[in-house]
Every structure is written in structure tokens, then in C-alpha cells.
Design a protein around this ligand. Sequence first.
Ligand code: DX5
Ligand code: ZN
Length: 216
Amino acid sequence: MSQINPSILSADFARLAEEAEAVRGADWLHVDVMDNHFVPNLTLGLPVVESLRKATDIPLDCHLMIDDPDRWAPQYAEAGAGSVTFHVEAATAPVKLARDLRRLGARASMALRPATPIEPYEDLLPELDMLLIMTVEPGFGGQAFLDIMLPKIRRTRSLINKHGLQLWLQVDGGVSAETIERCAEAGADVFVAGSAVYGADDPAEAVRRLRAQADA
Ligand code: DX5
Ligand code: ZN
């Protein structure tokens, strides 16, 4: 079954515990960490993740859009994130980092910006629990879905199947009622949605609808 991970980037940052509650039934809460270096925007960091961990039962899917993830990502695992995603463009030693994350009890996940191909990383796939294909340039919510990423999603799904791997394939950026079916058809099974969930009158209902569309 498909997983829907609402992104709190589109939530009210002064009411994060309530906003987590508002998407009850979602699989994971997607937490976008930005450092104003890897991307031109600044959001939140470890103290917020530590507090959110205590304030809600939903597991945290931390997406680190930051420089030097080799140093920082393990600290998000220690802070209680159930899944930690680092960007391969920013990582120095992605295999060591993925192993560190797993050793600390988190799911290890690697993200690709739109212009980063999957093929050079084929041999790394067994080290990962999830691969994130960005379907917008990372940095901001509410951007238009990049259709040109669909072939990369398809090629990645083929590689995962070729190697008989169980890793999840996540898409993030512009995922909505208009685009989720194309992503699912291409082979994605974990869907991040910010504005499509928190911009809806009933965020929990939006999650149910997106999941039904992805599973159709
Ligand atoms: C963008 C973030 C996304 C963002 C998605 O850089 O990584 O998680 O919140 O927002 P929407 O779903 O509105 O495109
Ligand atoms: Zn994200």
C-alpha cells in the first residue's frame, strides 16, 4: 500500500503538535530541514525535531536539505527520527553515512536533486531503505511538479526490481491529486505532500484521498 507523508513545511510552525494531529492516519510526518546553504531557505533543526518527537506518535521522516550531512544526519537519528534522508550531492561518504544511520536505528534514505541521475548510485541501493527523487528543485513548498522526472522514477523502479530490493521509492515536490497517479504509475510508493494536504480544508481527508488515488 502507498504511504502518504504530509510535509509540515506547509503547516503552521507555531502549532506543530496540533498540525501533526490534523493528519492522523498519515504514515509519516515529513520534516524539511533547510540550512540556507544547500538550499536558499531556512527552516528548523534538531531542537524542533526533538520536541516534535515527544509531542506526537507519528514517526518522523526527516529530509535534510543541508550541507555536511555526514556530520549532522546521525544526530537526527539520535533525536528520534525514524527515517533520515540526506542529499547525495552534499554527502562526502554516503555509504558510511547510510550505515551510521542504520546502526543508530533509523531508516537510511538518500535524495537526488532533479538534475542528479540515479545510474552512478546503482551499487549503493542495497545500503538504503528509501530513495527520494525530488520532483521540484528543493527549497520551497508549493512549486509545480516536474513531469520530466517521471522517466527517472521509472528507471529507478526498474533498478530496484532488478536487484530484488525492498527499498521504498519516495517522491517529493508538487505531489497532488493532479500528479500522484502519474508518480504511482511510474513506480513511486511513498508520497510527500505539503500544500496538497495542509492547504486542504480537511488535511486528514486529503491524506485518505491521495492514498486512494495512489493505490487505484
Ligand atoms: C521542498 C520540500 C518539500 C515540500 C513539498 O524542498 O522538500 O517537502 O514541503 O511541498 P509541496 O508538496 O507543496 O510541493
Ligand atoms: Zn521534503
